[in-house]
Design a protein around this ligand. Structure first.
Ligand SMILES: Cc1ncc(COP(=O)(O)O)c(C=O)c1O
Length: 409
């Protein structure tokens, strides 16, 4: 056997891993960096993170923690100080009462989703994922050998799951419903009445658990009030995992701290899984997250205001481009415009434009603009633009979109 043959056998990836793909947002960011390294003037509007620095008092808390020796293992599920702060946060902001053993701290909200799905989903179990969806939900489900049941919501319903759509998607194998509002990528957010209507359906199906991903809670615009399902339908609290984190609200994506409240039995299995993967989240990051949750909150309101102004800038600019229609997102920092009206036109290489992937490749090739195809989020006639970028970059991005449209025949 040659060395290369031996290497091929050693490197064979598991069938479990073959079911999933790398996150398209990371891949697009990588591609933009490569092109930039080749000297091209790439404008990238793919970022899934605030472009602000973590507030100073949070960074200071991290320095203090390091200097005070908080550099050792903590409890796997998080320090008791941070779990208590999470408990207080849920009570203060969401009217939800969780005990300490009903909370968990993870290495990002992503790890918490991973823990929850991995520790509950058996082969063939179903997870209902409304589309458009954040890219990781289906892939984590696949990794757990579950089946994502994608329910395509419609733009005319503001990309919100309707009660009858939910009811049709539920089967005897349904394990979870995943809700996410404000939504990545559409910005849609469920009102109290909408959550109540979904809750009414769920009350008929006691075997279905709900994972609500509230990570964009604080980035909700036009004075809208945020609601989460366990608060609105208290009967569902004992089968709901309320997920949140500090990444988006406090510009802390790199610190990797997410948290959740859920029934104690579920939390216990999630901590068991975490104990055999990463153990505790970084001790220093936990100290920083504690400062974020318990310290001054003015950063949150200030960044919400800045993002709202950017949202308005980009929505107005996009809607002035022929062939592009863009709804005004209620929250998060993405717009999800439609490119459907451009389909059927001819690309510069003579092929017919038929899907969002061709459109974003054209934007990259012809105009050095990186955005993400809607197909990555389960909706093929839209594309995602992040407005976590400066006004100049947003204006330049829209100018390039208009120029790319003008290159179609
Ligand atoms: C909807 C949604 N949930 C979870 C996450 C992951 O957050 P974290 O950085 O806490 O892992 C993201 C990040 O983009 C997201 O958009």
């Amino acid at each position: 056997m040659s060395f290369n043959q031996a290497l091929e056998i050693i490197m064979q990836i598991s069938s479990r891993l073959e079911r999933i793909k790398s996150s398209p947002s990371s891949m697009a960011g990588q591609r933009a960096r490569e092109l930039r390294a080749q000297g091209r003037d790439i404008v990238s509007l793919t970022s899934g993170e605030p472009d602000f620095d973590t507030p100073e008092h949070i960074r200071e808390a991290a320095y203090r923690a390091m200097n005070d020796g908080q550099t050792r293992y903590t409890d796997v599920g998080g320090t008791s100080a941070l779990r208590e702060a999470v408990r207080q946060k849920f009570r203060r902001e969401n009217g939800l009462d969780y005990e300490i053993n009903e909370t968990i701290i993870g290495t990002g909200a992503k790890q918490i989703i991973f823990n929850a799905i991995m520790s509950t989903v058996n082969s063939g179990d179903e997870v209902i994922v409304p589309a458009p969806y954040w890219v990781s939900y289906p892939d984590i489900t696949l990794l757990a050998e579950g089946n994502p049941v994608i329910v395509t919501t419609s733009a005319s319903n503001g990309f919100k799951l309707q009660p009858q759509e939910l009811e049709q998607a539920i089967s005897a194998r349904t394990k979870w419903l995943i809700l996410n509002g404000p939504n990545n990528p559409s910005g849609a957010n469920y009102t109290k009445a909408e959550l109540q209507a979904l809750g009414e359906v769920l009350l008929h199906y006691p075997h279905v658990m709900v994972l609500t991903d509230d990570i964009y809670e604080h980035l909700l615009y036009d004075d809208r009030r945020f609601h989460t399902i366990a608060q609105v339908v208290p009967e569902l609290k004992d089968r709901t995992l309320t997920l949140n984190g500090v990444s988006k609200a406090y510009a802390m994506t790199g610190w990797r701290i997410g948290y959740a409240g859920a029934p104690a039995a579920l939390i216990k299995t999630m901590i068991k899984l975490q104990s055999q993967s990463t153990s505790n989240p970084s001790s220093v990051s936990q100290a920083a997250a504690l400062a974020a949750l318990t310290g001054p909150q003015d950063f949150v309101a200030a960044s919400r205001k800045r993002f709202q102004a950017r949202r308005d800038l980009i929505v107005d600019a996009l809607n002035s481009i022929d062939g592009i229609t863009c709804a005004r997102p209620e929250g998060a920092f993405y717009v999800f415009p439609s490119c459907r009206d451009l389909f059927g036109a001819m690309l510069p290489d003579g092929t017919k434009l038929q899907n969002s992937e061709q459109w974003v490749l054209h934007l990259l090739d012809a105009q050095d603009l990186a955005v993400l195809q809607g197909s990555a989020y389960g909706i093929d006639d839209h594309f995602r633009i992040s407005f976590a970028a400066s006004d100049e970059k947003l204006r330049e991005g829209c100018r390039r979109i208009a120029a790319a449209r003008d290159q179609l025949r």
